[in-house]
Design a protein around this ligand. Structure first.
Ligand code: ZN
Length: 224
């Protein structure tokens, strides 16, 4: 009896092993994709347990940027507050994209720069998604890293939003504060922003008369 049981176990063991192997391959493929998620921004401590719905104002500002900048390549994006994110970040997963941001950071920049302040931050993060989905587009320098390409998309969004100079100034000052640790020098960011702004039909007199270089010298970030 005993050898027969063992034999049956062996016969069962091979398909079971093959099934487990197949499951492992599938799981690796799926999970590997998850691990390779694009998480751009200082979001290494991001914990989805703390996800919360945005405020009505944040949601409406996000919609403005989304409608101005996004085509079908953006797809649906979930806007999410999360206290574990220092400033803001874009997360791209198999199940969809998510723009996550710190409510503290967002409250701070809105208090200092006004209710339009989230526009630039959201535009930069959407820029990461467009960059991820579409790659380097014609007007961008080959030497630009993905942060500068995202900034250039943000400049494009500002052009399309066509805001008065005062609002544009506040938005750019807020953008200069986010996120500061992983980004290139502000002077290079200004160059990328200007290029995107001009490329998308922005009014030259609005940016040209703003002291953009000075915006990188102040700090409103709660995480500096
Ligand atoms: Zn970024």
């Amino acid at each position: 009896m005993k050898p027969r049981v063992l034999h049956r176990r062996r016969r069962l063991a091979l398909p079971a092993c093959l099934a487990a192997l197949a499951l492992l391959v599938v799981a690796t493929a799926v999970f590997g994709q998850e691990v390779k998620d694009l998480i751009v921004g200082p979001a290494t401590a991001y914990n989805p347990i703390h996800d919360h719905a945005p405020s009505a104002l944040e949601e409406s500002q996000f919609r403005r940027v989304y409608d101005a900048l996004c085509d079908a390549s953006c797809g649906p994006i979930k806007l999410t507050r999360n206290i574990t994110v220092p400033t803001a970040a874009m997360v791209v997963q198999l199940r969809g994209a998510r723009l996550i941001y710190s409510p503290t950071f967002m409250d701070t920049i809105m208090k200092i720069y006004g209710p339009s302040a989230p526009l630039g931050v959201f535009a930069h993060e959407l820029g990461h998604l467009l960059d991820f989905r579409r790659g380097n587009v014609g007007w961008m320098h080959n030497s630009w890293d993905r942060e500068l390409r995202a900034d250039s998309w943000a400049g494009c969004a500002l052009a399309k939003l066509n805001m008065p100079q005062r609002d544009t100034s506040g938005v750019l000052q807020a953008l200069a504060q986010s996120p500061t640790h992983s980004h290139p020098d502000w002077t290079k960011r200004v160059e990328a922003l200007k290029k995107g702004y001009a490329q998308c039909g922005g009014q030259p007199h609005i940016l040209d008369t703003l002291p953009l270089e000075q915006y990188g010298q102040t700090s409103a970030s709660p995480n500096q």
